[in-house]
Write a protein that binds this ligand. Structure first.
Ligand SMILES: Nc1nc2c(ncn2[C@@H]2O[C@H](COP(=O)(O)OP(=O)(O)OP(=O)(O)O)[C@@H](O)[C@H]2O)c(=O)[nH]1
Length: 393
């Protein structure tokens, strides 16, 4: 049923439809995947916000601790009595800050940090431990009331302790900055998922639309070809393959249309049956293919000698039928006679002709023409016999 070009179109249609189906199938999967990615991004951002918060706590508590330690250190440097009220307040605030700082470091340590951030935190922790240890010695020296030890405590506070604090401060700053940068990167990444997703969706939509347009055009072309094929098949089904004349099927349809026209305009229609004479003998003498050729040539010649309005068809074998529009019996005999003569291979034919009667079924008309044909054959062939339609009673 399908020839090569049909298969080609089928293949093209499949090639065009496949990306559309793929896009349609992938879109929900992709949007689900992107939604998941964005959700993951949002969870990560929330997580990073709490890490950044904890890093800030460490940084602020380090500053706090530094502040209280500085106040207390001034008292020591000025050799003020440890029992003074201000001194006692700054000492207890310093210890409270130290506790906070320790807790914050612990809390940050339990969070997922990058390796460099974790090593910064370790360094802060080491500095803090060193500072607290040194602080214990300094307080002991200060409380000894020995001027020499107090001087030593002062120089330690102003020298080593300040250095340690600077170090802690630098590292907590670096830690906070690094974690905040990570947070910003996560936010940007989460946004980029959305942007990439929208681009992918747009591209897929464009591809699917373009393919759909192509598919519609292809189907349109395909349908056109199918229509052409159907018309060809229909024409083939109604045509005699050997002579290219209308066949019995077409005759049955077209004669009814002619009768309807004749009825409407009250016109006579003559119907004639043609039969080649001694055709069997020709076949037997020259062979079937030669017989085919003769049939074809006779059909073409007779067809060329008749009018456009006449209906000439091959009934089968070497028998043909002719309907003459607006033609009475005497005229029909004259016109059929004019078709004879000079046929290929001096072929002759016999004809039985009659008139179609208003209200008559065509097969009755044909039966009458057949009787006339029988008379023509029996009368010696190569002649036209006519049969008058029965007079109405
Ligand atoms: N070559 C060819 N021969 C056909 C075809 N159709 C029918 N015939 C032959 O036509 C011949 C008709 O033979 P008959 O019915 O005996 O008629 P006839 O020999 O023409 O004799 P009369 O009609 O009595 O003159 C047969 O031999 C069929 O085989 C066809 O399509 N091609």
């Amino acid at each position: 049923m399908f020839d090569r070009s049909d298969k080609g179109i089928m293949l093209k249609a499949i090639m065009v439809a496949a990306p559309i189906l793929l896009c349609m199938g992938l879109l929900p999967v992709l949007s689900f995947y992107i939604e998941k990615l964005q959700e993951k991004g949002r969870t990560e951002i929330v997580e990073y916000i709490s890490i950044a918060q904890a890093a800030m706590e460490v940084k602020f508590d380090a500053a706090d601790l530094n502040g209280w330690q500085t106040g207390y250190a001034f008292d020591i440097v000025r050799n003020m009595d440890g029992a003074s009220r201000d001194n006692a307040i700054s000492r207890s605030e310093f210890l409270r800050s130290a506790d906070n700082f320790r807790r914050d470091i612990q809390s940050l340590r339990s969070m997922p940090l990058a390796a460099d951030q974790r090593s910064l935190l370790d360094s802060v922790q080491r500095d803090f431990n060193a500072f607290m240890e040194r602080d214990r010695d300094i307080i002991a020296m200060y409380r000894s009331h020995s001027p020499a030890l107090r001087d030593k405590a002062s120089s330690l506070v102003m020298g080593e302790e300040i250095q340690i604090f600077n170090h802690i401060s630098q590292n907590t700053n670096a830690l906070a900055v690094s974690i905040t940068l990570d947070l910003m990167k996560k936010v940007a990444q989460s946004n980029s998922y959305g942007i990439v997703a929208r681009w992918i969706m747009l591209v897929m939509w464009i591809v699917a639309s373009a393919m759909a347009i192509l598919l519609v055009r292809l189907l349109h072309k395909w349908l056109g070809q199918m229509r052409g094929l159907m018309e060809k098949l229909e024409a083939l089904a109604g045509t005699d393959e050997l002579t290219q004349l209308p066949n019995r099927r077409t005759w049955d349809i077209q004669i009814e249309m002619m009768l309807a026209t004749a009825r409407r305009y009250n016109q006579p229609i003559a119907v004639a049956l043609f039969d080649l004479d001694h055709f069997k003998q020709f076949n037997d003498t020259y062979g079937h293919p030669e017989g085919d050729r003769l049939l074809r040539e006779v059909a073409v010649l007779i067809k060329s000698r008749m009018r456009q309005s006449d209906l000439f068809a091959r009934f089968g074998g070497e028998e043909f039928v002719l309907a003459l529009m607006d033609c009475d019996l005497p005229q029909a005999v004259i016109r059929i006679d004019s078709l004879r003569g000079n046929l290929p291979d001096n072929q002759t034919f016999s004809v039985g002709v009659t008139l179609w009667m208003e209200g008559e079924r065509i097969h009755s008309t044909l039966a009458r023409a057949d009787k006339a044909l029988y008379l023509a054959k029996n009368g010696g062939r190569d002649r036209v016999e006519s049969a008058e339609p029965p007079t109405r009673g």
